[in-house]
Design a binder for this molecule. Structure first.
Ligand code: SF4
Length: 467
């Protein structure tokens, strides 16, 4: 308790390094309770939510799936686009009703949006007791306990980036299902001009191979047969003379692990050796996310993506040659400042040339503090033009995806059954190439692998039947 009283005297703003660690948390404690965590954004955030749940579980907090049952509500946020932040602001407003009913409830905002505008959230959004950035989760238990005991003032901001924090020694509380997220890297050393990630997650930090492998082994022992290795540029992983190809091979050989995926790679770090590991190791799924962002060299240069269209296409060609049948997905941003109609058409032609299995398509969203916001204002693409380009991109991709997936109809694929679908009696599973299939079956099959015949496709997903 002495430590918590000391925090109160500090006036509400904490350096994470000054706080006690979660490993001491849970001893001699007076409070415990329930926590509800809502997650927005990418897979890294899903992994972080599981990490936070693990930190709080150390202190006796039990996770609940209804905010009405929670003593603590955490909203784990994304800052990558304006729209994502607006959604969170709306949600924080809705969550006030729980606080109105129970003023003792602690409401915290974590993740990239907390890191980006945490001070503003504390000042301007009613009822936020705590903001914590991605390097502060180790200390969540102490702060939450302190607020609940009245020993720490409300309005805590844990926003120090910590270049040494890799969360070693902590355990996650994983979600249901057969698939586990394992973070191998945090932060990013690139400076793509549109991206807020390096500013809210700091520079790249890699966990040691032994820690990663131990976590995968633990997940397998816990009943997970598929893992996804996570990192902001996961394939730039480097630790103790291991590169990502080494790590992937070692993980793929963990006894009992049936499937391993990874996300999100940077195209420049897709080496021949990595592709060879993908081809040689049976557990590595033949699936690669290759974020292109644009098909025009002018735009790629302004984005500081560090590859040309030609180099990107060479990587695609190499991947398809070394890993036959590999499924490729991508990210595209349209309407980046200075994007001309010919630039945009180059992006459309890239989609036509590659014929991605899947694509995540966005309009450029300016983020304060990123270099793209300092490009000349006259370069802005008018909103109606950006919207129309997005719609044209979606239309083109959907047509390509339908054709690509139609070619797979009638094939039999191994599917890992993940969960029940919305329509009663249907299950959802994924093929090795990450394609979603819906088919009839009992919930008892969840977590198992079955051979499923693909019978039809809507374009993005398949219908199937057990073969
Ligand atoms: S590689 Fe670029 S887009 Fe990806 S997280 Fe780093 S800065 Fe952002």
């Amino acid at each position: 308790m002495t430590e918590l009283v000391a925090l109160k005297r500090n006036g509400g703003r904490q350096r994470a390094a000054d706080l006690p660690t979660a490993t001491s948390h849970g001893t001699g404690r007076a409070v415990a309770g329930t926590v509800y965590i809502e997650t927005y954004g990418c897979q890294m955030n899903i992994g972080d939510t599981e990490l936070m749940a693990g930190v709080l579980a150390e202190g006796g907090y039990v996770q609940v799936d209804d905010p009405d049952l929670a003593d603590v509500i955490l909203v784990n946020t994304c800052a990558i686009r304006e729209h994502a932040e607006q959604r969170v602001l709306g949600r924080l407003g809705q969550l006030q009703r729980y606080r109105n009913r129970r003023p003792e409830l602690v409401l915290g905002v974590t993740g990239c949006m907390a890191q980006r505008i945490g001070d503003r959230l504390l000042g301007e959004v009613r009822g936020v007791d705590l903001v914590a950035g991605p390097d502060a989760y180790r200390h969540l238990g102490e702060i939450v306990d302190g607020i609940r005991l009245g020993a720490v003032e409300k309005g805590q901001a844990l926003l120090e980036l910590d270049s040494t924090e890799d969360y070693s020694g902590l355990s996650s509380v994983r979600g249901k299902g057969a698939s586990a997220w394992v973070t191998v890297q945090r932060g990013c050393n690139h400076r793509c001009t549109f991206c807020i990630v390096p500013y809210v997650r700091g520079p790249e930090k890699n966990r040691t191979p032994s820690e990663v492998i131990a976590e995968v082994e633990e997940a397998v022992q816990g009943g997970y047969s598929e893992v996804t290795l996570l990192g902001q540029t996961v394939n730039s992983y480097a630790s103790e003379n291991w590169d990502f190809a080494d790590l992937l091979r070692a993980v793929a050989r963990v006894a009992g692990l049936r499937r391993v995926r990874f996300t999100s790679p940077h195209p420049n770090d897709v080496s021949e050796r990595l592709l060879e590991v993908m081809a040689e190791e049976a557990a590595v799924c033949p699936q690669l996310h290759l974020p292109a962002q644009s098909g025009a060299d002018r735009v790629l240069k302004r984005m500081v993506r560090r590859y040309t269209r030609r180099e990107f296409l060479a990587t695609v060609e190499l991947a398809r040659r070394i890993v036959p049948g590999i499924a490729l997905s991508t990210d595209i941003i349209v309407g980046f400042p200075g994007e001309t109609e010919p630039d945009f058409e180059a992006t459309l032609s890239l989609l036509e040339d590659v014929r991605f299995d899947d694509a995540y398509l966005y309009k450029f969203s300016p983020r304060d503090g990123t270099p793209a916001t300092r490009l000349p204002p006259g370069d802005d693409v008018p909103p109606d033009v950006a919207q129309s380009r997005l719609e044209r991109t979606i239309q083109l991709h959907r047509g390509i995806q339908l054709e690509v997936n139609r070619a797979e109809v009638s094939a039999v694929r191994e599917v890992l059954i993940e969960r029940e679908a919305r329509s009663p009696g249907d299950l959802l599973g994924r093929t090795e190439t990450n394609k979603v299939v819906a088919f009839r079956g009992p919930a008892a099959w969840i977590g198992s692998y079955l051979q499923v015949r693909l019978t039809a496709t809507s374009g993005a997903t398949f219908a199937g039947e057990v073969a």
